[in-house]
Design a protein. Structure first.
Ligand code: NI
Ligand code: MN
Length: 231
């Protein structure tokens, strides 16, 4: 299957069973390589939390492609008001869709949906995603601080890939992402959620080098927007 990076926390997963996009922050994202115009076929849109750099273009993409929006009960219910297909879930719950099996994990982060005037729609809890496609388990951590139960995920899921934030300030930074990799024990780590804005500037290659030094059994891959990893 193909894992394509679109910058920030946005990944497109393409498998034999279908195509999924996670956290489609495209318009207004200085690092994105695509806009909603580039998408015609999409089965699902996964949203980790209500912040605009994750909710992004979800509604426009759902309207354009007919894809189902999958998120927490609060966030998916909010999206439903725009007349799009949604599937509500919550943390700890797993559901077998035709295109993938998806389980919501905890994420230590907020999920308010900005109204644009400094106030928020209630967004419930932020989440991460465990996704199984073609028999492989992938973990997209969402925006999160380090948490000890990553050890549980690593123990019970044989992760092919973990997409981990390294930007610091709003989420894990590089040091904590390396501890996360030690607990999650994935075959491959892709860093995300960095260099989009000055406040989350990080040296991606330095993270990969340090990951290889501290967790040599885990492969670190740096993707630029538009690049694809075949797993
Ligand atoms: Ni956020
Ligand atoms: Mn974010």
């Amino acid at each position: 299957m193909k894992v394509k990076y679109h910058g920030h926390a946005c990944f497109e997963l393409e498998a034999k069973t279908g195509r999924i996009i996670i956290d489609p922050f495209l318009c207004g994202n200085p690092t994105a390589d695509v806009t909603p115009v580039n998408f015609s076929e999409l089965d699902a849109i996964l949203i980790s939390h209500g912040h605009s750099d994750h909710f992004g273009d979800a509604i426009e993409l759902a309207k354009k492609t007919g894809a189902v929006i999958i998120s927490t009960f609060e966030l998916a219910s909010f999206a439903e008001k725009f007349g799009v297909n949604v599937h509500t879930m919550h943390i700890g719950g797993k559901y077998q869709f035709p295109f993938a099996t998806i389980k919501l994990t905890q994420a230590l982060h907020g999920s308010g949906i900005p109204k644009g005037d400094g106030t928020f729609h209630y967004g419930g809890l932020a989440c991460g995603f465990l996704i199984q496609m073609e028999g492989k388990w992938l973990y997209h951590a969402g925006d999160t601080g380090l948490f000890g139960d990553m050890e549980l995920i690593g123990k019970h899921y044989n992760l092919e890939l973990a997409m981990l934030p390294i930007g610091d300030n709003f989420s894990m930074g590089p040091e904590d992402a390396i501890i996360a990799a030690q607990m999650l024990r994935p075959k491959t780590v892709i860093p995300m959620h960095y260099n989009t804005f000055p406040v989350i500037k990080q040296d991606g290659q330095a993270f990969i080098d340090e990951l290889q030094r501290q967790v040599p059994e885990c492969r670190g891959i740096l993707l630029k927007a538009g690049q694809v990893l075949e797993i």
